[in-house]
Each structure stands twice: as C-alpha cells, then as structure tokens.
Design a protein around this ligand. Structure first.
Ligand code: FES
Length: 121
C-alpha cells in the first residue's frame, strides 16, 4: 500500500487575510478556503458534508448562543461560524463541527512560520 506523505504548503502571507475574510487556494486539485478567525488561521476543504456545496463561499458570521427557556436569545461567536450557501448549515470554523449535526467540515492543520501561513495536506 502506498504511503502518501503529508506536505506543508505556503498559502498566504500573515496579514493578507483580514479577520472574517478568506482566501481560496487550490492544492493538489483540492479547493481549500483559508480563513482568518479572529486572528487564527484555519483551512477548510471547500466541500459541505451535507450535499457537497462549495461551503467556503458561504457567509462568515456568528450564531445564537444556547440559552435557558424563557431567556431572550443572545448572539455571539462573531466571525467564528461559516454558513453553507445552499441550505444554511452552520459550521464552527475552529473545529469544523456542524452546530446541529454530527457531520463536520474537512479541516487541515495550519502553522505560521516566518510570516507565512502554511497548511499540511
Ligand atoms: S450542501 Fe451545505 S447545507 Fe446543504
């Protein structure tokens, strides 16, 4: 069985992607979104686990927070949530987890070295 080793690829310069914004890159034929989540870079495969939409084209926003019955809803986690453009599923950009389902986004490890953002694929 072939053992495909991982490689680290420079995909952006630090400061290139503003908070709440993204940069799309193509690595080995895969479309990957690089997001700046409140200063932390994350890398997400541009495929929604629901029905395969280009999820990285979705809005980056916050979400309603868990609350107790009778309490008014509160908004939070601004710039941490990616909303799929097809059916509106919400995903936690830092973990890849869907907020209302067990499926998750495919994410890649990200490091910053010498002013560059690198992803491991
Ligand atoms: S394809 Fe993303 S929510 Fe349906």
């Amino acid at each position: 069985m072939a053992n495909k080793s991982k490689q680290r690829i420079a995909v952006a310069m630090v400061g290139e992607i503003k908070v709440g914004d993204r940069k799309m890159v193509n690595v080995d034929g895969k479309s990957i979104g690089i997001f700046n989540v409140n200063g932390e870079h994350v890398a997400v495969l541009n495929v929604c686990p629901h029905e395969l939409a280009p999820v990285c084209r979705g809005r980056v926003t916050g979400t309603t927070l868990a609350s107790v019955p009778g309490e008014s809803l509160k908004w939070g986690r601004e710039d941490e949530i990616l909303v799929c453009p097809w059916h509106g599923w919400e995903f936690d950009l830092k973990t890849g987890d869907a907020l209302a389902d067990k499926r998750r986004l495919r994410t890649y490890p990200v490091t910053v070295e010498e002013g560059q953002v690198l992803i491991e694929v």
